[in-house]
Design a protein around this ligand. Structure first.
Ligand code: CO
Ligand code: CO
Length: 317
């Protein structure tokens, strides 16, 4: 989008030129709309589960900014005539139930004929203008918190190859269908400096974007990052999706890995996630309160995984 002409509009508060996956548009002196769109190819065997995951994934960018979802439109690609429409119905039911759980309403949608199934939402949220959380406010000494474990990329690749264990599949589905609503409410209540959601660029890719936008760097405690156990064995078999390897190559020139951080962990930290958790930068003083509230409200994997530093580099120690 860098080559497109710039848009000048006083109501455009955030997005577009910052290449974010959501934009913010003021609709009054105190309120703004947050809009985002995302779609996925099937990542679960069961269509209802896939619908839930795709909807949670699409709504995630609203939660990362602190917005409350209000409405959504289905965006669908489907091999009409080749696949039973009952499959599509189950996907849409999953998406609708997840959207309802988020407190939002599906207003309609659009389907195109496609070789492969694709599903997601174009979603709209609402936020007070003074409460918008972006990825560009991280400050030195802030603590970094993530709210879901990593590993969905490598495990879903193993699922497609037919070698993921039932337990591993259940775990990734559990996390991928989980909305980031609770994490979002808690971070708004406590007040944080920056946040983003962890999706296709993996933890280190999204962290790199956050520190570059904030003009800082970060130290990551490699061994403290929560990772779904089964991911390690699959990482040894190099079952990463292509995106995870691209992410690794993208962050590598900006990142130093301590000698104890093995090659599998290095790539796992870049593993492309679907419907991942939030990555939050919060002041040292507020860290304990944020963690306590997250855990009390059921975001049980939330933990500190590093801190913001002045030096503009990622250091995994
Ligand atoms: Co997105
Ligand atoms: Co995002």
């Amino acid at each position: 989008m860098e080559k497109l002409p710039k848009i000048e509009d006083p109501s455009l508060l955030y997005g577009y030129d910052t290449l974010g996956d959501a934009g913010v548009y003021a609709i009054s002196d105190d309120l703004a709309l947050v809009q985002t769109v995302d779609l996925l190819t099937p990542i679960a065997d069961d269509p209802y589960t896939f619908g839930q995951i795709a909807a949670a994934n699409s709504l995630s960018d609203l939660y990362a900014m602190g917005a409350k979802p209000i409405s959504a439109l289905n965006v669908i690609g489907f091999p009409v005539g080749k696949l039973d429409l009952a499959v599509l119905n189950r996907i849409l039911e999953g998406g609708m139930d997840k959207t309802k759980e988020a407190g939002a309403v599906i207003l309609g949608g659009h389907t195109i004929k496609d070789e492969e199934i694709k599903y997601g939402l174009a979603a709209t949220g609402i936020i007070k203008r003074g409460e918008i959380i972006t990825s560009s406010g991280a400050k030195p000494k802030d603590r970094l918190i993530i709210t879901k474990p990593l590993g969905t990329g490598v495990i879903s690749t193993a699922l497609k190859a037919g070698i993921a264990s039932k337990g591993a599949i259940e775990k990734i589905n559990h996390y991928m269908i989980q909305l980031n609503n609770v994490a979002s409410e808690v971070m708004k209540k406590v007040g944080v400096d920056a946040a983003t959601d962890i999706t296709g660029f993996g933890l280190l890719g999204h962290l790199l974007q956050m520190v570059q936008a904030s003009g800082v760097g970060a130290e990551v405690y490699g061994e403290k990052v929560p990772i779904i156990e089964e991911a390690f064995g699959l990482a040894e078999k190099k079952l990463f999706p292509g995106g995870s390897k691209d992410n690794f190559n993208y962050v590598r020139p900006h990142t130093s890995f301590a000698s104890g951080i093995g090659p599998e962990l290095q790539v796992l930290l870049c593993d492309a996630q679907t419907s991942g958790g939030l990555l939050i930068a919060v002041s040292f003083e507020k860290t304990e309160k944020l963690l306590r509230l997250l855990q009390e409200k059921g975001v049980e994997k939330a933990c500190v995984i590093g801190k913001i530093i002045e030096r503009r580099r990622l250091q995994v120690i």
